[in-house]
Ligand binder design. Structure first.
Ligand code: GLN
Length: 276
């Protein structure tokens, strides 16, 4: 017989920088309860079945699997999203992209495109904040399209359309007021790819050629064809890529080019406007 408090006390996840939080999230999921339940009822007895489920979760976490994949969900913005190993786990950094778009563009009707939507995080966050916007979310991976669509349906967001497209390929002749993307931007030889949680994420969502800029180049080069006059392009990129991405934007004819800083103090988002 075991109680909540002792299960948490004995949960060892030495390789995780967020050991206690991980253990609480995993135990709450094994019990089908919230984290606050654990703090309210530390003396509650845990069934053998739930304790075994929790031990199974801890084993997976010790093997390096991200908590979000074990739980099958991750919070982003104000939304709970289903996640799966076909797509990137949404990062808090990416909320800067959402915030920047909300600041730049008025809440009146607008056509918005999220390229490489993955879970649908960016598109769904924007659509939830701006009911007047029509948001298109595209991904080239079939499982990602299905996942984003499930998230859309669960959240009941009727102003998002999820479609399959490799960047702009299926969007011939379509034009938008805003295009956003958090594309792959990691260098193929980046040592981070072989350590920690990121090992479990698909390289299709992370890696973009030798310098990490292959996909950003394609997105910038074809953006003007898909933006309405005065429309904005907003891009997430690596912590050291802002000067290069600004150069790409200027070379592509964009004006009002600038970058925004994330919570870690890195220039994480760069943007530009198609001239009128
Ligand atoms: N920011 C992510 C990381 O550092 C990468 C996201 C991406 O490639 N778009 O792991």
């Amino acid at each position: 017989m075991t109680i909540i408090a002792s299960l948490l006390r004995n949960a060892q996840l030495p390789q995780s920088p967020t050991e206690r939080l991980d253990a609480e999230l995993l135990l709450a999921a094994a019990l089908g309860k919230s984290r606050s339940y654990l703090h309210t009822w530390p003396e509650r007895i845990v069934s053998r079945e739930a304790a075994e489920t929790f031990e199974g979760f801890l084993d997976r976490r010790r093997g390096g699997e991200p908590v979000a994949y074990i739980l099958g969900q991750q919070g982003f913005w104000k939304l709970d999203l289903e996640v799966a190993p076909h797509t990137l786990i949404p990062r808090p950094d990416t909320e800067l992209l959402v915030e920047t778009a909300l600041q730049l563009v008025p809440a009146t009707p607008a056509r918005v495109l999220d390229l490489g939507t993955g879970t649908g995080a960016i598109a769904l966050a924007l659509a939830s904040e701006r009911p007047a916007w029509q948001v298109s979310a595209v991904d080239r991976i079939e499982e990602a399209v299905a996942l984003a669509e499930r998230n859309r349906q669960r959240l009941g967001l009727g102003n998002v359309q999820v479609r399959m497209s490799h960047w702009y390929d299926a969007l011939v002749c379509e034009r938008f007021d805003v295009i956003l993307s958090n594309p792959p931007y990691i260098r193929a030889d980046d040592p981070h790819l072989v350590a920690g949680d990121v090992r479990f994420e698909p390289s299709s969502a992370l890696v973009a050629g030798e310098d990490g800029l292959d996909d950003l180049r394609v997105i910038v080069a074809q953006a003007a064809q898909h933006l309405l006059p005065g429309g904005w392009l907003l891009l997430e990129h690596g912590y050291d890529q802002a000067p290069t991405v600004r150069e790409l934007l200027v070379a592509g004819g964009f004006v009002e080019v600038s970058s925004r800083v994330d919570l870690g103090g890195h220039e994480r988002v760069s943007l530009g406007r198609r001239p009128c």
